[in-house]
Write a protein that binds this ligand. Structure first.
Ligand SMILES: Nc1nc2c(ncn2[C@@H]2O[C@H](COP(=O)(O)OP(=O)(O)O)[C@@H](O)[C@H]2O)c(=O)[nH]1
Ligand SMILES: [Mg+2]
Length: 241
């Protein structure tokens, strides 16, 4: 069974049309949709609850005391029994029309499939110049520091072959869990599919200055966690095996 995990925080205008659209694109019998809501203060919770009467394969987890995208994803993954998983935003920036293509690539044997804004055919629509510049700087910095097999390690739209990989592949609770997954697991078979990322029309972004600090802290922690490139040579030079 295919699975889609959607972390939500105050997405009352987006969540109902998004859920209908996902089931339309994938078939309501063919996919489990799991909403992980961090105790939204708007009506997200009650809207999803109402829709669970309509869709047998829709589930919602509400976390009362925790916040954070990465932790919400891991919580959702713990409710997946089998099959590939796609993680996407709730705000239509990641359109459900891309889901069949991502699942097809996972079925074809890729470990991770990234919805990329920076590959041929991809784009970002609606962001301010400042936000595009910030995202590009972060992407370039990551490309300089780490070997990641994607053009968009900062993407929030990603597919993963199994729950096990998503459960164990990253530790942080913040936004950039894909980056962490790729750096900590450098041998994964990764591919990109181009996406046109459309900035949200309803609701507001939860990204703030705290997110930038979180990103920098993650980069530093990954730099220290990274295995040396020439591990074998170094051990030989030290006379150890
Ligand atoms: N469960 C949960 N979801 C979150 C949290 N922060 C953001 N989200 C959701 O994660 C997705 C991406 O957040 P968004 O604010 O759109 O970030 P942006 O697209 O980078 O501006 C959306 O579906 C949000 O509702 C959080 O702390 N917990
Ligand atoms: Mg968004």
């Amino acid at each position: 069974m295919r699975n889609v995990i959607i972390p939500t925080l105050n997405e009352e205008e987006n969540i109902e049309p998004l859920i209908h659209s996902i089931f339309q694109h994938l078939g309501s019998e063919e996919v489990n949709v799991i909403i992980v809501d961090d105790n939204s203060s708007d009506n997200t919770h009650s809207i999803v609850e109402k829709l669970t009467d309509e869709y047998a394969n829709l589930a919602m987890i509400v976390r009362i005391h925790e916040k954070g995208l990465g932790g919400a994803v891991r919580e959702g993954v713990s409710h997946v029994s089998s099959g590939p998983i796609v993680v996407m935003d709730a705000d239509f920036s990641h359109h459900p029309r891309y889901l069949p293509m991502i699942f097809d690539k996972l079925d074809a044997g890729y470990d991770v499939v990234v919805g990329s804004r920076h590959t041929e055919g991809g784009a970002i629509i609606g962001w301010s110049g400042d936000r595009i510049a910030m995202s590009l700087i972060a992407t370039r910095l990551v490309a300089m520091l780490f070997r990641v097999n994607t053009t968009d390690p900062m993407s929030g739209l990603m597919g993963c072959k199994s729950a096990q990989l998503l459960e164990t592949g990253f530790q942080s609770h913040g936004f950039k869990f894909l980056l962490e997954l790729l750096v900590r697991n450098p041998n994964l078979k990764v591919t990109d599919v181009p996406i046109v990322f459309q900035d949200r029309v309803h609701g507001s972004s939860k990204l703030g200055s705290q997110t930038i600090m979180q990103f920098l802290a993650l980069v530093f922690s990954l730099l220290f966690a990274r295995k040396p490139k020439h591990d074998g040579l170094r051990r030989q030079a030290n006379g150890r095996n």
